[in-house]
Design a protein around this ligand. Sequence first.
Ligand code: ARG
Length: 588
Amino acid sequence: MENLIEILDKRFASAFAACGYDEKLGKVTLSNRPDLCEFQCNGSMAGAKLYKKAPIVIANEVLEKLDKSEIFTSVQAVPPGFINIIVSDQFVSDYLSKMQADANLGLETAKVPQTIIVDYGGPNVAKPLHIGHLRSAIIGESLKRTARKMGHKVYGDIHLGDWGYQMGLIITEVKERQPNLPYFDENFTGEYPADAPFTISELEEIYPTASNKAKADETYREAALHATYLLQNGNPGYTALWKQIMAVSVADLKKNYGNLNVTFDLWMGESDAQKYIPDMVEKLKKDGFAKEDDGALVVDVTEPEDKKEVPPCIILKSDGAALYSTTDLATIVQREADFHPDAMTYLADKRQDMHFLQVFRTAKKTGLIPETCQLSFLGFGTMNGKDGKPFKTRDGGVMRLESLITEIEEEVYQKIMENRETDEKEAKDTAKIVGLAALKYGDLSNQAAKDYVFDIERFISFEGNTGPYILYTMVRIKSILKKYQETGGTLSSGQIAITDNASGKALMLEVAKYNEVVETTFAERAPHKLCAFVYDVANAFNKFYHETKILGEEDEVKKESYLALLQLTLKVLEECIDLLGFEAPERM
Ligand code: ARG
C-alpha cells in the first residue's frame, strides 16, 4: 500500500509538472514545524535556483495547479517559498481504514523475494556466552525477523566458533584430568558412550583453565597445538570427543538463546567450512589472486580510492595454518554452494570491520561469490557500564549472559510486587517478559554502531524511552478493550472515522507510518528506527488516552471509531515489538 507521503508526493509531482517544472521537486516531507503544519513541500526553494525565479512565485504557481480535492484541510505557500500542508481528517481516517482491512497492515512485501543469510550470534563453543555476544544476538534476531517480514527467504546462521586451537586446549585439559577415557586410546573405533564426561559448567571452567596453563607452560601449549592438529586431521578419538563437547555446548546455547527469544535456522559453524578450504586455496592460487608474502599466502585487496591502509587478506599463515579470514571465505563458498544468497549480513563487534572488509573484497575480487551478492557488515559498539568502561559484574568479572538476564528479571519482579498485589507466579512470568523487553529495547533503541551505557534502572523504568514503557502502553490498550468487552461490547473492526480530535489525529498520523518505517528499518538495517517509531506511537497514544473519553464517549459511532483505532494501534505495536524480538504480557 502506498504510504501517506507517497500519496501526497504524487499530487505535488503532478502540480510541479503541470507548471513546467521538474516533477522531482514535488517531494513532501514530515513537517519540522509541527506547530504550523503536518507536512511540507520545499521544492520551490530548490526550483528557485534552477528556474531563476523567486521561490514564493513558484510555490503559488504550484498551488494553482495542485489537485486539492478531498485530501487537504489547508495548503499554504508561506515566505520565502515553503508549502505548508495540513491533511484532512477524512483522508487520514480512510487511510487507516485501508490499513486495518489489510492483513499485512499496508506493508508491501518484496515482489522478488531475495535469499538472505544473517550471520549472527557467533558464540564460541565451550566458552560461556557473555554480554559481548548479546548485542549480536539481539540485533541479528531483529534484522532476521524484519527481512522475513518483508517477504524475503531468510536464514539465520549462528556461525559457531567451534574449530581451531580453543578446541585443542579443551581436549588437552580433558585428557589431563581423565587420561583413561576411551577417546585417548590409540585403537579408538569411533564408538563412544552416550554420556559426556563433563557437564557444561565443567566445560566452561575447563577452557579458561587450559588457556591459562598454555600461557604459562610451553609443553602444555605444544600438547594443545598437537591436539588441535590431530583433531583437524580427523583423529577418530579426538573427533568423537569434539562431538561430545559440541553436543553439551550446543544444548546449553540453545537454552540460553531460547531464553532470549533468539532462534537460528542454521547451526553451522567454523568447522563446517573446513572441507571447502583446500579447493578454495587451490583456486585462489591457480587464478593468480593468492601470492606468497613472507612465507604466508595472501590476497591483495587494496583499491585505488582507499584512504586508509588496507592490509592484504591472509589466506594461510607461513606454517600453512588457516585463519579466521580463511574460514569466513570458505563459509562464503559453502553458502554460495548451498543457498546462492542474494545478500549476507554479518553481525560482530565493530572492531572487526577490517577483517570483514578484507574478506568481502577477497570474495568479490576472486569470484568466490557473484558481484551481485550484497555483503554487508553491521559492526556494533560496546555495551558499557555507568563508568563508561566495558560492562563488568560487581566484582569486576565479565558478566555472564545468564546472570544478566536473571538480574534484570529480579529487578522487574521487585518492581511489579511493589506496584500492586499480584500472585507470585504471575509476577514471575510477567517479569520474564518485561525483563527481556527491557534488555532488548535498551540495546536496540541505540544505533548499533554506537557504544551505549547499560543502565538497568533506566532500562526497566516504566516511563521514558524504554521497553517496559512500550509494554505498559500496550497493556493499557488491551485493558481498555477488555473492559469494553466485559461490559457487553463486541469488538468489531468498525470504520475509523475520527474528526475534530487533535490528539486522535496525531495518533493516526503516527500509526500511518508503519509500512514506511518497516521498509526503512529493513533497507538500512536499522532497528533503532523501529524503536523510535514504536516510542512515538506510544507517546501519541498516551496523549490521546489522556485527552479523550474513550469508553465514556456517548456517541456510539465515535466510540466505535476510537475502539477501532485502539485495535489498529495495538496491532501495529504488536507487529513492531515482534520484529524487535519481544512480546507484551496481558497485564503488568
Ligand atoms: N566467533 C566470533 C567472535 O566471537 C564472531 C563470529 C562473527 N561471524 C563471522 N562470520 N566471523 O568474535
